[in-house]
Every structure is written in structure tokens, then in C-alpha cells.
Design a protein around this ligand. Structure first.
Ligand SMILES: [Zn+2]
Length: 220
């Protein structure tokens, strides 16, 4: 998870959100288990704005997502607060696993967790990595609750993060070999390529920032 800057509300939502909500609340009065229409809150324009916001990554685990994989999550669950069903600030983009595996608010409330869209809390201040393993930083309760709620320590993520770390290590090793062979230091371009693993558009960038902070001062 990293901090994300929420873009302006898509026009389709600004223009239709109130009407969609009214109709949904009416349906819900007749059938309390009625879900909001995913074609509405998941409209192409809304999805595209969320994808642009997160560099095509899951808001929670930072996996890169293809357009077929991403899902829209209601940050505050519809079951708990149907009034938030079409609220722009409540729509988050995530992978199927974070969506399906996240613990409900009744189990771990969002208030106890990091929110990638709330700039008053920095994920890097609460989460840290030992290689591919995520941990709460300095015993942060908020970090621990975030890991628990979104299951950020699940095996599948550990595997994907390890793969990315191995890719990074091969990349750096090959650069070292090239530099040794040519008897020169890293070029500016090569240094930037290394640091780019920790940039916001890179998959699992928070993990790489933890890692790069050990070797590149000021990275965190
Ligand atoms: Zn995810």
C-alpha cells in the first residue's frame, strides 16, 4: 500500500450518482439484500479514473492489474452503509483476492487501518518489509491491523513479491557485472533505473522503498 492522490470525480458519477443512489435505496427497502448495480459504480469512466489514480495497481496490495482482473471495492461496505454505494471517495480499485479476502468492518474497522487515500497517514511509517515479508513498522498497531484486514501477508503475495525481488536482484547484479567489466561506476541512467523500482507506478513499490532505503539514503 502506498498513498494515492484521488483524482476528480468522473463526470458520469457526478451526473448520475444521486439518481443511482435513490433508485438503489428504494430497491433496498423492498429487498434488504439487494446489491448496488456494478455496471453503475463500475462504469468504464469510473474504472479508468481509479486505474489512473493507482497506476493500474490494487490500492491495497500494489499488485499490477490487467483490465480483466481489477475489481471495485466499497471502502466502507455497502452492507454497513448503503448511502456510500455510489460515493466517489468510497470507491477503491483492488485485486480479486484483496476484495474477496478482506475482513469486514465488523471484524476490523477501516478506522483502525491505513487508508491509501488519506494523506494524514503514510503507509511507509507503518509498514516495512524483510525481503518479501511485510511487517508492522516499529510495532505499529495500524500497520498490523492493515496487514490483517487485507491479508497482506498471504502466501500468494509473498510469492509474487519474492519474484519481483529476484528480478530486481538480477537486474542490479547484471549492472554490477557490466560496470566491473567496463571499469566504470554506474551511470546516472543506471542509478535512476535502480531507484525506479521504488516509484509509485512500480508493482510493490513500498517493498522496494524499504529495500532501497537500506542502500540509497533518503529513499524512504
Ligand atoms: Zn490486492
Amino acid at each position: 500500500m502506498i498513498g494515492l492522490h484521488r483524482l476528480a470525480e468522473p463526470v458520469v458519477l457526478a451526473e448520475n450518482g444521486e439518481r443511482w443512489l435513490e433508485r438503489y435505496l428504494e430497491q433496498r427497502r423492498r429487498n434488504p439484500s439487494q446489491r448496488p448495480d456494478a455496471r453503475q459504480y463500475g462504469h468504464r469512466e469510473i474504472r479508468n479514473a481509479l486505474r489512473a489514480m493507482s497506476f493500474y495497481k490494487c490500492f491495497y496490495c500494489e499488485r499490477k492489474l490487467s483490465e480483466l482482473e481489477d475489481e471495485i471495492d466499497h471502502y466502507i461496505e455497502v452492507a454497513e452503509s448503503p448511502e456510500h454505494a455510489f460515493r466517489w471517495g468510497n470507491l477503491y480499485l483492488c485485486c480479486r483476492d484483496c476484495h474477496g479476502k478482506k475482513l469486514p468492518n465488523s471484524s476490523i474497522p477501516v478506522e483502525e487501518c491505513l487508508n491509501p487515500c488519506d494523506h494524514s497517514m503514510l503507509p511507509a511509517a507503518h509498514l516495512i518489509f524483510s525481503d518479501e515479508i511485510i511487517r508492522p513498522k516499529s510495532g505499529s498497531r495500524m500497520g498490523a491491523q492493515t496487514i490483517r484486514k487485507y491479508r497482506l501477508d498471504r502466501d500468494q503475495l509473498n510469492y509474487l513479491r519474492l519474484k519481483q525481488l529476484q528480478r530486481f536482484e538480477r537486474f542490479v547484479r547484471d549492472l554490477y557485472i557490466a560496470c566491473a567489466r567496463e571499469g566504470r561506476p554506474f551511470t546516472q541512467e543506471e542509478k535512476e533505473a535502480i531507484v525506479s523500482f521504488g516509484q509509485a507506478d512500480h508493482e510493490f513499490s513500498l517493498m522496494f522503498r524499504s529495500y532501497l532505503a537500506l542502500v540509497v539514503p533518503g529513499m524512504e
